[in-house]
Design a protein. Structure first.
Lengths: 239, 278, 287
């Protein structure tokens, strides 16, 4: 799905978390929102997911105005920084949650739900952990379960907030490839937030560098590296 | 541009939760307190002062405050000992003791009142012993003191105990390694850490004591100007349908309560700040 | 006592054994005299004329009416309080708005107000010579000296219990699980039922437990609004007072035993919750 961000701004009282920003995410792209904390990247991601509301501007999905769509209607697969797994549910129950929440008319039957859960567990290469609780999983496993849970609703796009932030360096490298693979297999338009320039450069097709609520530069990783548009971008990507 | 009154959010249930909260808060708490204040306003400041400024009323307010203060001070010291023993020592019956600390919270005040009276009356189990020493407890201010100690007992202990459990043992080891005696460590290192929580518990215990009624009236004897507490005075005025006087004393007590609530909040702000400095 | 090594060196973070014994002795003796002795006295006084007399006094119609009334009041006020507590905690922890600190202070206010003053407030608001109260009496629905007034007084004194327990727990758990459920398409009710409620159930139960104990035992506020009509508006604590003042000691203490047993069951359940679900309670869990 093609995502169009049109002059979106976000004010918290007198301070602007986002100055009007515009961005076009081509269908099927893997995009990184890169910037230091406070740059507005998470706010922008949450606005895309319908968890926050812009003070002005529009969001368009495939050309349709989606600004007024509720969080449920957006059908964005959202992976939270803390993963936000339901701690009182097993892994399988977590993944099945979105399917069970559907209205009866579109809800798959229980057998179909468990088939889909099994398929997703295979996809994240953790076929045997369905009966476990989140507290019994490693950090990397939790991240993959969160991803499977987001994929279960057959989302129109994938939004990830610092998906590798809470992981140690080794696991982070493995999971980067995992996300790339899932993206390539599903073809979902994917936007992820990161403060790690190496991660953004290595993983994304398109990198959006942000600072102080503004977009500093949009470009392919090699272009940004070769021709940083502003002094901020230069210092940030060489840091 | 100012901060919006309510920030727009994707969370559901704003109207419902706000509606229930504000409706019940208004109906149960704010409007009745407003009715008291309105009654006071119609009675006028001069009328309130005239009612409160009588020896019997002053005596009752002073008695309630003085004995609540004494009981809260007792509970401050005893609560610190209790919390320390329960948090640090392991002995047979510790769990039972730990549960018993909460009994004053769980036992209805009227039950506590008649039980304490039965114990401390001149013919009661403890009263007899005291009487032999020439000490009368029930129907004197001592009796009120004991009742207020009972109802305020858990506050300091329960405020302080979790703080003791959180203390990093390395702080104590550091103090010892610097040559401090154990007593010095307790006084100079541990006590300052416990002070904010202890003061909060003290203030809560004091506030509870000033307003306490059920556990006190049985053991107090209720002799005007000697053992008559302020809340009882309100009840007496109401029984005589003297609503103006009841409202006047009620407002005086409300002012005392609000002053104490304010001080509790200030203590908490101050303690949060001083803990952040560490 | 704590681990005291057999050899002479004492751990630098413990007190001298003599001091440990002294402090423990003070704690045990103090609690025994101040707290446990009154509890024992309740049972001893009730059984002064034997168990038969105690049981007979509980079969008295007034005593039974009092028990029924107290149960009725708890059955009305505790669920209302739970609904309020959940709504207030949801509003306060799931939204950002101005005046939040003031709202929390107002919710806590009843803990700082004397129960007698609380009762007075309700009498002044709904009493027959007030504007609202007069109208209600004319409609044949008096509040003061009737069940609604007692329920209101009970609600006032127990007001903060559930909210106070839930707010810290819900702040600590954060909003992200609920947000995750929303992104997965769940409706507001579904989010509350399947995500929030399971996470707060033990804290909720804890708050309800304490609220119930207070609701059944409240004396000061109820004494002011009840009118103390035997068999009609006399709750258990009020009946205890009336019996005691009529020198019917065994009857008073027998009824007191029922409330004391309620207190003991409350403490037992509370200790159980604290031991098993300490990580999900505000009272026992500091982040």
């Amino acid at each position: 799905m093609h995502i169009e961000i049109d002059e979106i701004s976000r004010l918290f009282g007198a301070t602007a978390a986002l100055h009007p920003v515009s961005l076009s995410v081509p269908s099927g792209a893997l995009v990184a929102l890169l910037g230091p904390s406070g740059s507005g990247k998470t706010t922008l991601l949450r606005i895309l997911g319908g968890l926050e509301f812009p003070s002005s501007g529009r969001v368009l999905f495939d050309g349709q105005d989606a600004t007024g769509l509720s969080v449920q209607e957006r059908r964005a697969g959202f992976v939270f920084q803390s993963y936000a797994l339901f701690r009182h549910m097993t892994v399988s129950e977590n993944i099945a949650y979105g399917l069970k929440a559907r209205p009866r008319a579109t809800r798959p039957n229980p057998a179909e739900i468990s088939r889909r859960v099994a398929r997703l567990l295979d996809l994240i290469q953790l076929p045997d952990i369905g009966a476990r609780y989140p507290a019994q999983l490693s950090g990397g496993q939790r991240q993959r379960v969160a991803l499977a849970r987001a994929l279960a609703i057959e989302p129109r796009m994938l939004l990830l907030d610092e998906p590798f932030g809470a992981l140690d360096a080794k696991v982070r490298k493995e999971l980067r490839q995992g996300l790339r693979d899932i993206h390539d297999n599903t073809g979902l338009t994917t936007v992820f937030v990161t403060h790690d320039q190496e991660e953004a450069m290595e993983l994304a097709d398109l990198v959006v560098v942000m600072s102080m609520g503004r977009i500093e530069q949009i470009g392919r990783p090699q272009d940004i590296r070769a021709r940083p548009a502003t002094p901020f971008v230069r210092s940030f990507i060489t840091a | 541009m100012g901060r919006p009154l309510i920030r727009r959010s994707a969370m559901p249930g704003l109207g419902l939760s706000m509606g229930i909260t504000l409706t019940l808060l208004s109906l149960v708490v704010l409007l009745p307190i407003g009715a008291l204040l309105a009654k006071g306003a119609s009675y006028g400041a001069a009328g309130i002062w005239e009612t409160v400024n009588r020896p019997r009323v002053w005596a009752a307010l002073f008695l309630s405050f003085r004995l609540a203060l004494a009981a809260a001070l007792f509970n401050l010291v005893f609560g610190l000992v209790l919390a320390w023993v329960l948090a640090r020592y392991r002995f047979v019956g510790r769990r039972l003791l730990d549960a018993a600390v909460d009994l004053p919270f769980a036992l209805p005040t009227a039950v506590a009142g008649i039980a304490l009276t039965a114990l401390y009356a001149p013919n009661g189990a403890f009263g007899q012993v005291a009487a032999r020493l020439g000490w009368q407890i029930a129907y004197t201010q001592w009796g009120i003191f004991i009742a207020l100690v009972f109802v305020g007992l858990p506050f300091v202990a329960r405020s302080v105990q979790p703080v003791i459990e959180e203390i990093d043992r390395e702080i104590e080891e550091a103090s010892a390694s610097l040559g401090a005696t154990r007593l010095h460590t307790l006084r100079r290192v541990i006590l300052p850490i416990l002070t904010p929580a202890a003061l909060t518990g003290f203030a809560l215990s004091l506030a509870r004591g000033v307003g306490e009624y059920g556990s006190v009236i049985f053991i107090a004897g209720n002799i005007p100007r000697l053992t008559e507490i302020a809340p009882l005075l309100i009840v007496i005025q109401l029984e005589e349908f003297n609503y103006d006087a009841a409202a006047a004393i009620g407002i005086a007590m409300l002012v005392i309560s609000l002053a104490m609530l304010l001080s509790i909040n200030l203590i908490q702000i101050w303690s949060r700040r001083s803990l952040q400095d560490v | 006592m704590s681990d005291i090594p057999a050899f002479h060196h004492r751990s630098p973070t413990t007190e001298a054994p003599a001091l440990q014994w002294a402090l423990t002795g003070i704690a045990v003796l103090g609690l025994a005299l101040l707290v446990l002795a009154p509890l024992v006295a309740v049972f001893a006084e009730a059984l002064a004329d034997g168990a038969g007399a105690a049981l007979r006094s509980l079969a008295n119609p007034d005593a039974r009416a009092a028990i029924r009334l107290t149960l009725t009041i708890a059955a009305i006020s505790v669920p209302l309080n739970a609904v309020f507590g959940i709504a207030a905690a949801w509003f306060i922890t799931r939204f950002d708005f101005r005046g939040k600190a003031l709202l929390i202070t107002l919710i806590d206010l009843p803990f700082s107000v004397s129960p007698v003053v609380a009762g007075l407030c309700i009498v002044l608001m709904f009493g027959s010579n007030s504007l609202v109260g007069g109208w209600l009496v004319a409609q044949g629905a008096p509040v003061v000296f009737a069940l609604p007034g007692i329920v209101l007084a009970t609600l006032f004194v127990t007001f903060p219990f559930v909210a106070r327990e839930l707010i810290p727990v819900m702040i600590e758990q954060g909003r992200s699980e609920e947000e995750a459920a929303l992104t997965l398409g769940a409706s507001g009710w579904r989010v509350f039922r399947t995500v929030t409620l399971p996470n707060i159930r033990w804290a909720l139960m804890y708050g309800v437990l304490l609220c119930n104990a207070r609701a059944m035992g409240e004396f000061g506020a109820v004494a002011v609004v009840s009118g103390k009509i035997r068999g009609q508006t006399a709750t258990m604590p009020i009946t205890i007072e009336m019996l005691y003042q009529e020198y019917l000691s065994v009857a008073a203490f027998s009824l007191a035993v029922v409330l004391a047993l309620l207190a003991l069951v409350t403490l037992l359940l509370k200790a159980g919750l604290e031991r098993r679900h300490a990580d999900q309670l505000a009272a026992t869990h500091r982040p």
